[in-house]
Each structure stands twice: as C-alpha cells, then as structure tokens.
Write a protein that binds this ligand. Structure first.
Ligand code: G6P
Length: 614
C-alpha cells in the first residue's frame, strides 16, 4: 500500500526519486520521505506528513546531493500519518536507513525484545523494528549487512518490499520482497528500484521482477545478485517492459480518472485484440486453449476478488452461467480466505485483480492451491504476484490504471469474462453457432458504442452540479445491471464521499424504499432489454415517493425517460454486454460530482490503489 523507489548509479539520485514517488503516489499519499548518502558521505533523511509536494518543500534548502538514495510514499497502517512515522527510518546508530511497504505482524514482540536490549524506537511503525533488528544482528554477531539482512528477514513474520542503505557502503543497496511487489530496473551502470515499473520506465526497459522471499544485492559497477532468505543464489530473469511513458502521464486530461474513462474505447479494443475473431465467430484465448482439458472438466467456478474487481466477477457469474451453464460462485477474497470454504480439485478458482497484488486475493488463491483447484488469473499488471501465482490466465492489457477509482480496468475485466464465457460456450456447445456469432460480432461493436456515450460528457457534467447537495444516493439495477448499480454507487462514494448504496431494484421494497423522499437522488439503470417491465414498475414506486430519478435508458426509449427527472441514453446492445455500456455514464457522473464538490478524484482520502495489506 505504500510506494517505494530507489536509485544507485552515477546520476543525482534526488530528482529521480522524487519523480518516482510522484508516479507511485497512487499507492499511498499521507506522508513521504527520502534518504540519500550525500556527496559529503552523510546519510541524510528528509521526510514529512503530506504529499510528495510537501516533501519537495521540506527538502528545498537541504543538501540533496548524492548518487544513491531511497524514497517512500506512505499509506499508514501502524501509527498515524506524521513526520516521525514517515519512512525512511534510521537504525539506532543512524548508519542504516530503510523504506518498507507491507506489514510486519510480529513487530510488537520484536520491539519489546529490542527495547530491552537498549534500542530506542522513535516511531509507532511496525517498520522500524526491521532496521533495528538488522543493526542488532550486525552489532551482536559482528557480521556484515549482507549477512544480517537474510538473518533478520527469517525472524520477521509478515509482508514486505523493502530497501536499505548503509552509510559505510555508499556504493551498495539491498532490497527484499515477501508478499509486496518489487521491481529492479537495470540501466547502464545504474539500478532503479520500484514498487512497480512506473518510476523506472523513463530510464530503462530492462527489469527483473523480484520473486517471493528473495533478496537483491545491488552494487555500482557489478551485476545484480539475488538470493533467497537462506542465502542460496537465485537466477535473475531479465524481462522487457511493454509499457510506455505516455501511458503513465495524463495526456492533456486534468485527472488520470477522466483520462482513463475516456480511454475505454481503446482499452477495450486492446483487451480483445487478437482474441475476438468476428469473421470466424470465435474467441481465441491462449490461456484457455492451452489448458482446455482441465478447464472443460470443471464442475464449478469460484471467482475471488475485491472491490471493483468483485463487481466485475459478479457480472462474470451471470455471463458464465447464462452462456456456458457452469455454476459460478463469487467470493470476497477477504471472506473466502478466512472461512472454511468447500473446494474440490475439480474446481476452477478465478482470481480477478487489476493490480495483481491485492493481499486478500493472493491469500485466497494460495488456499485454493492447497485444495488442488486449478487457478486462473485475470490481471492487468504484467508479471504481478497474482499473475505469477496462478496456473494460467488472461491479462486485460489496458496499460497502467493510475486513478484510485477503477474505471477502465472494470470494463476490460467484464470484456475478458465475456471472452471466457464465450470460449466455454463454444467448447461445451451450450449456445448455437449462430447465437455465438451474434454475440461475438456485438462484442466487437462495444468500443464504438462506448465512444458514443462519452459524447454525452457535457450533459452529465451539467447534471452533476445539481447533485452536490446530496448526502445519500441510491443506485438500482436488475439482472446484469445489478452489479453495475453496486459499481456505480462505489464510484460515487469513493471519490465524492457521498454515501451511496447499490441495490437489486426489486429488493428496494425490503428496506431502502424507506429512505426515499424528495431529497433523495435515485439512479436507475433501466435499459430496454432484460427485466424492463419490472424495472419500470420499480421506477413508478420511486416516483410515488417523490424520489429524484436519474435513469440510464436505451436510445430512443421515452417511457422511462418520461418518468425520470433526468435520463441518459446508451446504445442498444445484448443484455449480457449492457454493463460495459451502462457503467460509463455512472463513472462520469461520479467524476463530475466529485469535481463539483472540490474533491481530489485521483487520490481520494483514506484509499489506495493497490491494497497489499489485509
Ligand atoms: C482497492 C482499489 C479498488 C480496487 C480494489 C481491488 O480498493 O482502490 O479500485 O477495485 O482495491 O484491487 P485489484 O487490484 O485486486 O483489482
């Protein structure tokens, strides 16, 4: 949940670290800090509560020279956001500095033990114990930092991606990973370290994704060395980055979120390219084809995910059950991992995760692995932990998603689930060839239909101003649009801080109807197909209670529009693809309401993009 970045080479480290932190700020943004071994050979730390721009202010008149450094942007877990709890943290003698992303679960007992031995803790963080423990092992056993790090990490319970500097060895840096992501970029006589590749891409496209429980030793003028926690040498697999710099910049939009909403016609095309073959009426997914036998023998599919990815998973259930007739269960990873789920070796567990790093989803698939289930990952970040921990899968290929509120990842996940459902349907003969041909052709048309909806942006912006007063908001949908109601409500609450609930429209009369009055905006997703007549009567019920109705309707439909205070049209499509269209106006509505309320949409309070802690 925090971002870490490091540099070791011949250039000035500070500007590289600051730029890196700005790229990683989506991971956490309540405090920031940097440690440098400056040109005078001093190990200095500058850190502050607040954002990277506050760190720039704090270090303005300081000596920021030096060609080696580490930096951190924090999302607090242990200890409130404050200057002293910010990373980096010094060891007792201030010769070592450390940054950390993750949670050290046994920090309390380690802290008590080290305090007894005379080590002083300045912060309330779990992190500080790691660097103190390393120094303690060096002092008490007379060993080097290289020897102390693996030893210390064997005592540590929890998750980490960390990087360490040693004042006495300004030509070296050590980094390690367990549970939290860590990438090393290899340049010409220089190394870059990052929580992901975004701080690295500008300088090199050669990267190594550090594996679980691995330690990486970096030294100027030498090749990188990797070992496991028992100091057994490991091979470094160098990979080429596919991402480009323009993908991680705003490209003229005021916010990443708006850029990502508007990118969806292209990102959807990208996620289906080479997979969807309308001329043949088929779908070709290599992750599916290569494991065909195993997948087709599945008796049941269990989808595990969190947040927006869970909403996509729920649509996946509807798609797979309708098109492929395989029973599907959708689980919150955080619940699944801690209850005693009944799993069979004939099950397929599908993990959906944009970041590929969500701790609960990773733990859920580890549990499924132990039960012998076959693991299929739908991830966006190439080389991410979930992508590597699954047996096979599909990348969504939408480029980096930076806005904390997920938008383009959701539509791509739903499109990918549609491709999977169609692959099963073809192989299991659960729908006719002509029906499959119709669906494949329609899926191909979805990107241009999204582009059409985006053309209504201004109308939605105008409406948004009307709703800044709202304190509560209800989103209703039926069938395929019920998960869309959940996702629309999530978008609104995440970035505008207006309380919003998504509900299956018919359930309204079992509770939420009591909330409806002339103050209450009710967003109803009511396209012409599916349970149209039913939702029409739900709208009548809201109208009778004077609720203010915003509806999402199919182009040309006047019946619902007449009953609504405001309505937005979406092009007609197959029921099962409606979510990919109906979510677009809801993403824009949430964005514009949040902007009208003066919120920071790309970095909403208390949230983080990648949740690598439980
Ligand atoms: C966080 C993000 C959400 C995301 C969820 C799951 O809460 O803010 O946007 O949907 O994590 O993340 P994942 O990377 O697993 O899809």
């Amino acid at each position: 949940m925090c971002g870490i970045v490091g540099y070791l080479g011949g250039r000035n480290a500070y500007p590289i670290l600051i730029k890196g932190l700005q790229r990683l700020e989506y991971r956490g943004y309540d405090s920031a800090g940097v440690a440098l071994i400056n040109d005078n050979g001093n190990l200095v730390i500058y850190k502050t509560k607040g954002k990277v721009e506050d760190l720039i202010r704090v270090s303005r008149d300081q000596d920021v020279s030096g060609t080696v450094g580490i930096a951190h942007t924090r999302w607090a877990t242990h200890g409130e956001p404050s200057d002293v709890n910010s990373h980096p943290h010094f060891s007792e003698n201030q010769n070592l500095a450390l940054i950390h992303n993750g949670i050290i679960e046994n920090y309390q007992s380690l802290k008590t033990e080290l305090s007894r031995k005379g080590y002083h803790f300045r912060s309330d963080t779990d992190t500080e114990v790691v660097i103190q423990l390393i120094q303690y092992l060096m002092d008490s056993q007379g060993i080097s930092l290289e020897e102390a790090v693996p030893m210390a990490l064997q005592h540590v319970v929890g998750a980490y991606a960390l990087a360490i500097l040693d004042k006495n060895h300004p030509e070296r840096m050590i980094a390690a990973r367990k549970g939290s992501p860590l990438v090393v970029g290899i340049g010409e006589n220089e190394f870059f370290v990052g929580s992901d590749a975004s701080p690295i891409i500008e300088y090199t496209n050669k990267v190594v994704y550090i594996g679980e429980e691995q330690i990486v030793f970096l030294e100027k003028g030498k090749e990188m060395r990797i070992t496991d926690l028992r100091s057994v040498e490991q091979t470094a697999e160098i990979r080429e980055l596919e991402m480009s710099l323009s993908q991680i910049e705003k490209g003229g939009y005021p916010h990443f979120m708006l850029k990502e909403i508007f990118e969806q016609p292209q990102t959807l095309l990208a996620s289906m390219q080479g997979r969807l073959h309308p001329e043949l009426g088929v779908v070709k997914l290599s992750g599916f084809i290569d494991n065909r036998k195993r997948l087709l023998s599945a008796k049941r599919i269990v989808i595990c995910a969190c947040g927006t990815s869970w909403h996509a998973g729920l649509i996946g259930k509807y798609l797979i059950e309708e098109l492929a007739h395989i029973p599907v269960e959708v689980e919150y990873s955080s619940e699944f991992r801690y209850r005693k789920p009944v799993l069979f070796p004939t099950d397929i567990v599908v993990a959906i995760s944009q970041s590929g790093e969500t701790a609960d989803t990773l733990a859920a698939i580890q549990l499924a692995r132990e039960a012998g289930a076959f693991l299929f990952g739908i991830c966006n970040v190439v080389g991410s932990s979930i992508a590597r921990a699954t047996d096979t899968g599909c990348y969504t290929h939408i480029g980096p998603e930076i806005g904390v509120a997920s938008t383009k990842a959701f539509t791509a996940q739903v499109a990918t689930l549609s491709l999977i459902a169609l692959s099963f349907a073809e192989q299991l003969n659960t729908i006719s060839e002509s029906r499959r041909q119709e669906l494949v052709s329609e899926l191909q048309r979805i990107p241009e239909k999204i582009a059409k909806i985006l053309g209504h942006d201004e109308k939605i912006r105008d409406l948004a101003k009307t709703f800044t007063y709202a304190r509560n908001c209800l989103y209703l949908g039926r069938g395929y649009n019920y998960p869309v109601a959940l996702e629309g409500a999530l978008k609104l609450k995440e970035i505008s801080y207006i309380h919003a609930e998504g509900y299956p429209a018919a359930e309204m009369k079992h509770g939420p109807i009591a909330l409806i009055d002339e103050e209450m905006p009710v967003v109803v997703i009511a396209p012409k197909r599916g349970n149209y007549e039913k939702i029409l009567s739900n709208i009548q019920e809201i109208k009778a209670r004077k609720g203010r109705i915003v509806s999402i309707v199919t182009e040309g439909d006047t019946d619902v529009a007449k009953l609504s205070d405001w309505s937005f049209e979406i092009p007609d499509t197959e029921d099962c693809f409606e979510p990919i269209l109906s979510i677009i106006p809801l993403q824009l509505l949430a964005y514009h309401i949040a902007i009208a309320k003066g919120r920071n949409v790309d970095q909403p309070r208390n949230l983080a993009k990648s949740v690598t802690v439980e």
